[in-house]
Design a protein around this ligand. Structure first.
Ligand SMILES: *[C@@H]1O[C@H](CO)[C@@H](O)[C@H](O)[C@H]1NC(C)=O
Ligand SMILES: *[C@@H]1O[C@H](CO)[C@@H](O)[C@H](O)[C@H]1NC(C)=O
Ligand SMILES: *[C@@H]1O[C@H](CO)[C@@H](O)[C@H](O)[C@H]1NC(C)=O
Length: 301
């Protein structure tokens, strides 16, 4: 958004600022200020997790022995899911920070999943973000983007909007990826299974940085990623009854306006498409001689 603002007139910047301020004001109210244990548990290596003194900032660390991960206690189906992350600075080649939603605790064969993965790099070389979508255990829907800022310098907000019409990945409220539902029975759109939210840090120097050419420098360990301001405005799943049926009236994230990008979001999205996309599986005809069906759905609708 910053990069585009320079070409806008002063009045529209002020107007935008007012909207953004109003938006943030209303959404900050939903930020969870409870303790970590209220809503999260550690998945593995408790001793690689720490918090700030006041408990509001969380740190995951990776060393040669192991990484670490946490997950929500609750599952959700549809909503707005958001968190601020600051990534490992300096030489972080081979280090992957994942921030994702998944219907299962492990890599089960029938899982649905929505991924943000941050692929570390050598000092001064750009981090990439990779996003992916899984339905019933099948993924292969990768996109890779550059960012318009250094994600290791400060916290930035990474969010997912999920309803029965679209999944949108946002970075600082700029939509970087739109994944549509065609509404047909055999669609590739995860919409049935409730998902937990996870984050983890791990080593993937066999593939992550320049395709695995750049190995992790363990002399620099531990590698630490930081988190704060987890916020959910969504439907919390309750067993045993099928909860969280779309109502389209009760919640903003399920209403008509959230079924497609707004005009302002379309401008931001177009800017991202023009400038920051490194890889899009829909364009990879070597990998997919037949283009996957969902690739024909327009993000502009
Ligand atoms: C977080 O935990 C509290 C206490 O258990 C619960 O009331 C609240 O609904 C949870 N928030 C989310 C977003 O799941
Ligand atoms: C989901 O995947 C499982 C295991 O691969 C398969 O048996 C099942 O038929 C699939 N379900 C649907 C609805 O496609
Ligand atoms: C790391 O930096 C290199 C060199 O600039 C670049 O080609 C690559 O895309 C960057 N990111 C990753 C994850 O490899």
């Amino acid at each position: 958004m910053d990069a585009r603002a320079s070409s806008s007139s002063a009045s529209s910047i002020l107007f935008l600022a007012a909207i953004v301020a109003a938006y943030f004001y209303s959404s900050e109210a939903a930020v969870s200020k409870g303790s970590f244990e209220d809503n999260f548990s550690i998945m593995w290596s408790e001793d690689h997790f720490t918090t700030s003194k006041d408990g509001q900032i969380w740190y995951l660390s990776l060393d040669k022995d192991t990484g670490c991960g946490f997950q929500t206690k609750q599952r959700y189906r549809f909503g707005w899911f958001s968190m601020k992350l600051k990534l490992v600075a300096g030489d972080s080649a081979g280090v992957v920070t994942a921030y994702y939603m998944c219907s299962e605790n492990g890599a089960g064969p029938e899982r649905d999943e929505l991924d943000f993965e941050f692929l570390g790099n050598r000092t001064g070389e750009p981090y990439l973000i990779q996003t992916n979508v899984y339905k019933n255990g099948t993924g292969g829907r990768e996109m890779r983007h550059m960012l318009w800022f250094d994600p290791t310098e400060d916290y930035h907000t990474y969010s997912i909007l999920w309803n029965n019409h679209q999944i949108v990945f946002f970075v600082d409220r700029v939509p970087v990826r739109v994944f549509k539902n065609n509404g047909e029975p055999n669609n590739f759109f995860p919409n049935e299974k409730p998902m937990y939210l996870f984050s983890s840090i791990w080593n993937a120097d066999d593939w992550a940085t320049r395709g695995g050419l750049e190995k992790t420098n363990w002399k620099l360990a531990p590698f630490v990623s930081s988190y704060k301001d987890f916020s959910v405005d969504g439907c919390q799943w309750e067993d045993p009854y099928p909860a969280c049926v779309s109502t389209t009236t009760k919640n903003w994230w399920d209403q008509y306006d959230a079924w497609h990008l707004s005009d302002d979001q379309k401008k931001d999205y177009a800017w991202v498409q023009r400038n920051l996309v490194i890889y899009d599986y829909c364009q990879d005809s070597e990998r997919y001689p037949t283009t996957p069906e969902e690739c024909s759905l327009s993000p502009w609708d």
